[in-house]
Design a protein around this ligand. Structure first.
Ligand SMILES: *Cc1c(COP(=O)(O)O)cnc(C)c1O
Length: 396
């Protein structure tokens, strides 16, 4: 349990999730059963995807996406650097090379189609788009570029379940969508994820690779649909279990209400922050599409001491975070930095602070955060202590 007055995020789980887990325990079928099938079909209905496959987590989903699309050594895959490291790590798992592209602007932290275009080489196979904070990336521009160059588009939808653009869910714009149900995401199963695709062949390949490359599943054999199996690829065990799927169904049923609440709270932030702290940049002023409002990022004015700002927020009982330290700056990825000329990513990486946002917040909480931001910013913008040199010089 945290001691924060207002934490960065909070989960919403209660008697319904408890009952759902208990029901699975009592039915004594723990993996790849009817609960997972129901969770998948309900998630497919939410997104409008033909196929939804539940997996262990979003990182596994991204890995499977790359494998199903045939990425391998020598291939390049364009990814943002302003993301959680899993987006790039998953490309590495396949043997392909992640190539970092810059974000659109200081208002839109998802990939810039214009910058992506400059990173395309004859070896480029795909673009992985992250819908930062739950706001739709410029999918029409990215898809047009991908089509022009014969590239696949994968969506990392970890922030954006239930979000949409032009009335179409995020996660079904590209060839494959990868969702996360990690503990701090908009809906959670603890660990968990989902893959969406409209492509029957890709779905079949993803299904095989999710479960050891086996041609029939335990569930089918249990149901008497199959008696044996072959192995046609060195697949993985990236399955979810029935306990998590049961929690996922309850969380999914709450998602729309929870996202609506997030949007209302975020609208209040966007109303209060520019008044309380005029020096602050409040991105996504005019969001594209309907956001899932996973995060509320702000940018501190240039030159402000972020550590001091976050310390002042902490002193007021308010938890903040940074999304994200750019991936191309991590030790492992620094070698890929030759072409990593990413000025906007660098600027956001240096100035971004994420404020608390979760459905259980009250309007009063948002007001408290906005007031604390104003105070913390005033402190962090004070010039540092004057060195004592002047005083001692006067004493000489
Ligand atoms: C959380 C997250 C992931 C990884 O999700 P897991 O389910 O924890 O593997 C990938 N990409 C982004 C953008 C994320 O925020």
């Amino acid at each position: 349990m945290s001691t924060w007055r207002i934490p960065l995020a909070d989960i919403d789980m209660g008697p319904e999730e408890e009952a759902a887990v208990l029901d699975v325990v009592r039915r004594r079928w723990l993996s790849m059963g009817e609960t997972t099938a129901a969770f998948e079909s309900e998630f497919g209905a939410l997104t409008g995807a033909r196929h939804a496959l539940a997996v262990t987590n979003c990182t596994a989903a991204l890995h499977l996406a790359g494998l199903a699309l045939g990425w391998g050594p020598g291939d390049e895959v364009i990814v943002p650097s302003l993301t959680f490291v899993a987006t790039a790590n998953a490309v590495r798992y396949t043997g392909a090379t992640p190539v970092f592209a810059d974000i659109a602007s200081l208002d839109d932290f998802s990939l810039s189609a214009v910058d992506v275009a400059t990173r395309i080489t004859p070896r480029t196979r795909a673009i992985v788009v992250v819908h930062y904070a739950g706001y739709a990336a410029d999918m029409p521009a990215i898809l047009a570029l991908a089509e022009q160059h014969g590239l696949d588009v994968v969506e990392d939808v970890a922030h954006a379940p239930g979000a949409s653009l032009d009335g179409r869910a995020l996660g079904v714009w590209g060839r494959i969508g990868c969702f996360s149900f990690f503990a701090n995401k908009n809906m959670t199963t603890g660990e968990g994820g989902m893959i969406t695709t409209d492509d029957d062949e890709l779905a079949a390949r993803l299904r095989l690779l999710r479960s050891h490359g086996m041609t029939s599943l335990t569930w089918d054999r249990h149901k008497g649909h199959a008696w044996s199996y072959d192995v046609v690829a060195p697949g993985y065990n990236y399955r979810i279990d029935e306990l998590r799927a049961a929690i996922g169904r309850v969380q999914l049923a709450k998602l729309e209400t929870a996202n609506r609440r997030r949007r209302a709270l975020d609208a209040l932030y966007r109303e209060l922050l520019p008044v309380a702290a005029p020096g602050l940049t409040v991105p996504y002023a005019r969001p594209r599409g309907v956001s899932s409002c996973h995060l509320r990022p702000v940018l501190l004015p240039e030159g402000v001491d972020r550590v001091r700002f976050m310390g002042e927020m902490k002193a007021r009982g308010i938890q903040t975070s940074i999304h994200y330290p750019p991936v191309h700056r991590f030790a492992y990825y620094r070698g890929d930095g030759d072409r990593a000329d990413l000025p906007l990513t660098e600027a956001v990486g240096a100035r971004e602070v994420t404020l608390p946002l979760y459905p259980g917040m009250t309007a009063g909480d948002v007001e408290s955060v906005a007031a604390a931001v104003a105070e913390a910013l005033a402190v962090a913008m004070e010039p540092a202590f004057r060195p004592l040199v002047e005083t001692s010089a006067a004493c000489d």
